[in-house]
Every structure is written in structure tokens, then in C-alpha cells.
Design a protein around this ligand. Sequence first.
Ligand SMILES: Cc1ncc(COP(=O)(O)O)c(C=O)c1O
Length: 590
Amino acid sequence: MPWLASTTCSWAVIKTMTNGNLGSASQITGEDPFDSALITRLFHEVSAEFQQPFPSPALPILGAAASGPLEKESGYSSPPPVHPILSEPAPHSGTAGPQSAPSAIRSGGHAPADANTQGFGEPRCSKERFGELSSKPDVRSGHSLSHLSESESESDPSALYFVREPEKALGGGPSIIGNVGGAAPFRGFPVEKIRADFPALHQQVHGRDLIWFDNAATTHKPQSVIDAVSGFYAHDYSNVNRAAHALAQRATELYESGRDKVREFIGASSKDEIVFVRGATEAINLVAQTFGKAQVGAGDEILLTTMEHHANIVPWKILAEQTGASLRVVPINDRGELLLDHFATLLSSRTKLVAITHVSNALGTINPLEHIIPLAHAYGVPVLVDGAQSTPHIPIDVQALGADFYVFSGHKVFAPTGIGILYGRKELLESMPPYQGGGAMIQDVTFSKITYNPPPQKFEAGTQHIAGVVGLAAAIDYLQGIGMPAIAAYEHELLEYATAALAEVRGIRPIGTAASKASVLTFNVNGVDSEEVGQFLDSQGVAVRAGHHCAQPSLRRFGVEKAVRPSFAFYNTREEIDVLIRALHQLPRR
Ligand SMILES: Cc1ncc(COP(=O)(O)O)c(C=O)c1O
């Protein structure tokens, strides 16, 4: 397999993205599927070859007294723990294809209008490709302390994410999932069928076909999600838990089965570990004001990273001001990768929590949680993971990761707004005081004494976003019908393709070129304001985000206040990327 060496990093990236979990290769069905046998075989071959350059220290029991600073030499030299999901079948195995999943795996208690899930026809975006690229990508190696500490010229376009010879990228040999040669479209992923499920993608803006590249901000909804929500309101609507009638029972069943679906989606051990909240922001605030208020005091420290979204900075700053604690920040290198050696030195007995994003919304970096979490646990420090940008793109297994808290937002995983998830390990949730008080979260109320329900109800005061839960369950069905490993692999191809093409555009300065990245492609164009770029792209039908992306420290690390950010989802295509790149070539410059 002579081409294997050159694809090892791509595999490493996918492996990191999936925590080694390429899952059940039978997750994709329908016409023209992936060669699942090839995927499985390649995965095993590469897994066997893949040497972890940054092994973790042995994982002590969380909460055990840390025996002083970890000795880096000894800690890093021990072999990594075997990742459970590398040797076991994926827990999240969908069986139906994307078309059949929504109706085959029902989330609502009503009959969905199946006819509505069809009929949008072929996507209307241009089929004309932008240029031709040949040869295959030259890739960088994975994480190692020396690798992560090294600095590179930020403005050097050759520093683009693992593509050292962009003009030669994407051709000449099989790619990571057996896509052979040239710049042929990614073979086997049923993107045309998938696109037919998303009504919002089939419209024009400013007289052009809409190209939705603002997926890191929010995602569009498949028809099955829209049907599940409207079907719930049309047939099953009631408040939950509080009445002895048929509709209350149906609504309660939908609500609680949604909780179980989320449990399965992220690999939690119990549905009691799943708390419904409004979104990632509320989940982090909840932890800060409950766990944080109880555990963090004057002189203590909360460890964050430079690449956090404001939602994972501001709640901790508020807590620090309330308690007299302080924030410590792990820096990143010029590619936007966490400096793990700094992380190790910042951990101490004063550290009460590590709060870290799984995937950076501004830079796309996928953080190596498989190293970070054991390191924090070695000090008895719990870890909150912000999964707002990981859950749409890669399979998540909170138990395999060892996360203590994991949060995400429904609207970024193709579900409605206003619904999100706080996962917390059972013992932690049980130890935490309530967040808000009100109905549904109590066992008994007198004016002298109140007793609370156990988690998760303890944290769900008042009437919840029941329809949001129904929509989230339908979205999870949809994702599992495609299969998260397949989504990760397809989006990785899109990112490789776009990264190589972007490097050809005059005056581009990429921001965030980590070796391990999700499908975010942040950049600036020399001499053109990022908002002007965004407006010009909008005039061409291409929706991107331009601004600070609610991650000002991330951008300031690169000396900029604003940037342009196309971000891809599994319903995007190479042809859409061609339109973006062509527009950038035509961008008026001063
Ligand atoms: C990494 C990250 N964390 C947290 C959030 C906040 O999510 P929400 O606004 O849905 O609460 C976002 C939103 O963009 C994000 O990208």
C-alpha cells in the first residue's frame, strides 16, 4: 500500500476526529455507499501503524489527592491507554440511510408527512468546477510536545493545514476512504440525497443559489426535524409530567425518549446524566453557578485556553469575580494548536476545573482531549468540554473521553434553537446545588423546607422546550442514519479540497492551520476588510460569517480583530466550494 504513508496524517486526523471510532461501516446505506470493507481494513491497518507521539500519563482516580506536580518525563513516556472504542463496535450504529432514517426511526408520536421529505430535486448549485488540482496532499504529523511548541510564520501560506503543496493537492492516488485519483467528487457519500432533505438549501438569495457556509454559527434543518416539531404541536402537544391524561403521557414519553436518544448519541451511561438546557451557553453558566459556586473559592484557579468561545470564558470570569478565583489560560501556537506542555505546567492543586472546547469555532482546531483529560485527572481536576462545534462533525463518546461535563447546542446539530444539553457525570450532578428554582425540580415544598428531585429534574425548573427535545431527537436520528464517522470523513475531504483551493487565492492569510481540524476555514484577505469580503460573498449567494466569531482572544492571538469564516457541513459540496473560491478570485481589491 505505497500511498499509505502519505495519507497517514489524514487518517490521524480522522482518528482524532472520531476518537479512533470509525464506527460500524454499515452505517451508510442507500445507493453508491462507501466501500465499508475498505474503510474497516484501512482503519485497522493504520491503527496498527499509528504510534501515539504523545502518550498520556496513567490515569489516577478523579478526586484522589494529587501527589504534586506531574513529572513530565515519566508521565509522558508511558504508553497511552488503549482507547475502548478502538477495539469495540461503535455504540452509535444507525442502520438506515439518510432518506429512510427520519421515518424509519421515529422520533415523534405522530405519522410524519413523508411526502414532504422528498421532492426538492437536485441541488441547484453550479456543477461547474473551479480549476483542476492534481497530486495528493503532503501531510503533517500529529500531536507531540515539540511539534506543538514550534512556531511558524503566520503569514506563510505554505503553513496551510497539512497541505504543503496546495497546487498538487487532491489527486494522484486514493484518498482516505478509497476515493481514487484526480479531483473527482467524493465518491460514495450520498450528498445529493441528503441535500434533498433540507428545504432551506434550495432557495436563491440576491438572484443566486444559496450556499450555506455559516454552519459553525448554526445549521439548517432536515425535513424530518421540521415534521417532528410541527407534528408534535399538531398531535401530541402537552406539558410533561404533570397531568394524568393521554397527551401528557405522550408528550412525556417523547421528552424522556429524547433524553435517552441524547444519552446514546454522546455515549453517556445513564439518561439521568442528560440535562435539557437552552444551549451550550446556558449549560456552561449552569455549571459555573452550581458546581463552580460550590467548589471554587478565593485563590483557586480555573484553566481555560486561548481558543475558547466567549460562552466558555465569560461565565468563568463572572464566577472568578464572585469568588476571588482567577483564570489561567493555556496558549496556542501559530497554527492554533494548544501548547500541551504549557497546559501541564499550569495545572496545580489550585486548579479546580479545566474548561476547554473540543473544537474551536474560530480556528477549527480539534483539541486532543484524549491527552488533556487524563492529564487534568492526574491532578484530580474535573474537565468541562464545550462540544458546541464537535457534536455536528465527529462521533462523541463522553465515557471514552472521560469528560466530567460535556455541553452542546441543538441548533448546531440540525435541531431547533433553544434546546441544548448539559451532560454531567452522575456523582457530580448529584453533588451540585440547583441552578434555578421553580416547578418540576422539587420533591416537596413548605415555607420552611424544600427538597429537590434528583438530577436531571433538579436542574430543569419550569416548563422546558419540549418541542425542542422532539426536534433534537429527530435530528439525532437523522445524523445516525448517515453515521457520524461517514460525516467526519466526508467533511474532512471538503476541508482538504477547500484548503488547497484557498491557497491559490491572492492575498489570503489563513487563520487556524492545525494538523487536526474540523471543517472551519477562517481567513483574511490582505487589504480587504473581512466584513466587505462577507458582503461580497453574500452578493454571490455565499453565506459566511465575518467578524470576531465570539472568540476575540483566538483572533487577537493572530493579531487580528476580525476574520472571514466559511464553515462546512455534510450537506455542502465541492461545487459550492468552487463558487466560493471563484468569488474570492473575483473579489474587488483596492
Ligand atoms: C465553541 C462554542 N461554544 C459555545 C457556543 C455557544 O452556543 P450557543 O449560542 O448555542 O449557546 C458556540 C456558538 O457559536 C460555540 O461555537
